[in-house]
Design a protein around this ligand. Structure first.
Ligand code: ADP
Length: 240
């Protein structure tokens, strides 16, 4: 098995507040992992650490075998990120936005064009390439951000509550789509959410509560005899 993301002993404090307390888990190639936790669980803090916005007080992260603290350039190059807040230029076309991002990764010319076309294809957005982002609905903008996060061929895709603000049907279609990416493209996905209905039975599930992992394993196993919704409420004291 190939470990794509290794998170070991991560602790992070904001002053006296411990936001993450000794968090450890590992994800293999092609795994879809739902990081499920109520508001305040520490999901965004973990994402900030994974993207090196914050350096944790203790612990070690490796992406595709590269240490985030010792080889940040190599480790970050293997990550694609979709942030909670959209970060697209609304007045540029889809393809211009993607070219700009490709250039940040040192990709230009035919190679950039090829990768942009492939990643738009992957999210079924090829026909929208020439449109201004402002003309796209929320679901298509999110798809485009996923396409952007895939251009440089990352091993790990991080998505921080990517369905916030989307209607139910769009939420479902984006959630299904990213599950397909993990299954079909051998991508390792870490999907942060507080919404139980975004988790599928076969997903690897990490339940985060008050900065600690309170359950980890297959979603079906954690749900057990009851529904995942009930198990989650039980694990987190009904604080969703
Ligand atoms: P989530 O993304 O799961 O909602 P966060 O990572 O945002 O959780 O927050 C985890 C905990 O850390 C919460 O108790 C939150 O209030 C606290 N926290 C987050 N950011 C800060 C900050 N900049 N300063 C102090 N406390 C913070």
């Amino acid at each position: 098995m190939t470990t794509r993301l290794s998170v070991q002993g991560i602790t992070h404090r904001y002053g006296k507040k411990t936001a993450l307390n000794d968090i450890s888990f590992s994800l293999q190639k092609g795994t879809f992992c739902a990081l499920l936790g109520p508001n305040g669980a520490g999901k965004s803090t973990l994402f900030s650490i994974l993207t090196r916005l914050f350096v944790p007080d203790t612990g070690e992260i490796e992406v595709d075998g590269h240490s985030l603290s010792r080889k940040p350039g190599e480790a970050l190059a293997r990550i694609g990120v979709v942030f909670q807040q959209p970060t697209l230029d609304l007045d540029l076309t889809v393809v211009r936005n993607l070219k700009y991002f490709a250039a940040l990764h040192g990709l230009a010319g035919k190679e950039a064009d090829r990768r942009i076309a492939a990643s738009l294809d992957r999210v079924q957005m090829a026909e929208r390439a020439g449109e201004k982002v402002r003309a796209l609905n929320g679901g298509h903008r999110r798809r485009m951000e996923i396409a952007r996060a895939l251009i440089h061929g990352p091993a790990v895709l991080l998505l921080d509550e990517p369905t916030v603000g989307l209607d139910a049907a769009t939420r479902r279609s984006i959630t299904d789509h990213v599950h397909d990416l993990a299954n079909e493209q051998d991508l390792t996905v870490l999907w942060a959410t507080h919404l139980v209905d975004e988790v599928r039975d076969n997903d690897h599930l990490v339940v985060l509560h008050r900065g600690e992992i309170c359950a980890e394993g297959s979603a079906a196993g954690i749900a057990g005899q009851s529904s995942l919704h009930e198990s989650f409420l039980e694990l987190t004291g009904g604080s969703q």
